[in-house]
Design a protein around this ligand. Structure first.
Ligand SMILES: Cc1cc2nc3c(=O)[nH]c(=O)nc-3n(C[C@H](O)[C@H](O)[C@H](O)COP(=O)(O)OP(=O)(O)OC[C@H]3O[C@@H](n4cnc5c(N)ncnc54)[C@H](O)[C@@H]3O)c2cc1C
Length: 293
């Protein structure tokens, strides 16, 4: 049977909002690297597929003052090729570069990665440790929320009907700050994370941790922040006992499931190890003059 699915390609945010308002069963997409496989696997077809990539704002990377804005549909290949983002957020850019293959990267976006709300998505932990904000457009205008508030469970988001993410805002990190992201996949080819760990560390002039953020992916329905690891680091050098405490806190914060990629016990152990290593890498980067903002 022929599909009755329609295609729309708005060129402004307002036009996209109107399209979504006119057809409740319309669905936005950016790269469609999640959406098309899901439809092919049997998920219901939307009445209208709304292509966000023709809207200039959704594919733009800009810096206004000390804030970067990254369009929610910007291909991750463009993000990885952006020198300013790579210098300011090396871990977030690394996470972006892990998505799929070169072909996938030419389509995949942060907006799709976050709004698809897979617990194993690679960029949300790094967006969250960098305190990214999502600018959301909808029938009531625009609102800005923490990126951490978008995914609410596997495949579920806090976006209401007719809303979509326009762009992400990221503040230039303070001096002596850097991030890192590590993930474990069960094979060397494309796969999704068994565990992902993101860390962002700010050092003071003496090399002591002044601020820390640690977040885990693929170990719970949504990204897990690890406040006990953050507390264990602040005021200490990021080495020795402090890293042992990070590992223990991350393993304890993980709340994983058993599945074909790993048992819950394995995931907890890996969460601890990756969090410790991600913190150590972020701290090392933060200590290198010129390597961070
Ligand atoms: C072969 C392959 C390998 C992959 N490898 C990885 C991997 O290693 N790591 C990983 O994390 N993911 C991986 N993925 C999944 C996918 O590529 C990523 O999640 C990607 O970032 C999705 O972006 P997209 O623009 O293609 O999303 P789309 O498919 O366009 O959209 C995904 C979902 O988000 C919604 N959406 C899209 N944009 C917006 C927006 N701006 N506002 C609101 N809702 C929106 C859509 O309606 C849809 O529900 C892989 C996929 C494939 C096919």
């Amino acid at each position: 049977m022929l599909s009755a699915m329609k295609y729309a390609s708005p060129t402004t945010v307002a036009e996209a909002v109107d399209l979504l308002g006119a057809e409740p069963d319309a669905r936005v997409y950016a790269g469609a690297t999640d959406l098309i496989p899901q439809i092919r696997a049997g998920r219901p077809e939307p009445a209208v597929m709304v292509d966000l990539k023709r809207i200039e704002r959704l594919c733009a990377i800009a810096r206004r003052g000390s804030t970067y804005t990254v369009g929610a549909a910007t291909p991750t290949a463009d993000i990885c090729a952006h020198d300013g983002l790579a210098a300011a957020f090396p871990g977030l850019v690394e996470a972006s570069g892990l998505i799929g293959s070169d072909q996938i990267q030419s389509r995949s976006s942060w907006g799709g990665n976050l709004a698809n709300a897979s617990p194993a998505a690679d960029t949300p932990p790094s967006l969250i440790v960098n305190e990214a904000r999502a600018v959301i457009a909808g029938p009531a205008g625009e609102r800005t929320v923490a990126a951490s508030a978008v995914a609410t469970g596997p495949g579920a988001t806090s976006l209401s009907g007719g809303e979509f993410i326009v762009e992400f805002e990221l503040d230039e990190p303070p001096a002596r700050t850097a991030d890192a992201y590590l993930r474990l996949i069960p094979r060397t080819e494309m796969d999704i994370a068994v565990v992902g760990a993101a860390a962002r560390i700010t050092l003071d002039a003496a090399g002591t941790v002044a601020a820390a953020a640690v977040a885990l992916g693929a170990v719970a329905p949504t990204v897990v922040r690890v406040p006990d690891a953050e507390v264990a680091l602040i005021g200490r050098r990021p080495s020795g006992d402090a890293l042992v405490a990070v590992e223990a806190a991350a393993a304890a914060a993980a709340n994983p499931i058993d599945d074909k990629r790993g048992t819950a016990a394995y995931r907890r152990q890996v969460a601890g190890v990756l969090a410790r290593r991600a913190v150590a890498i972020a701290a090392e980067r933060a200590s290198q003059p010129g390597e961070q903002s």
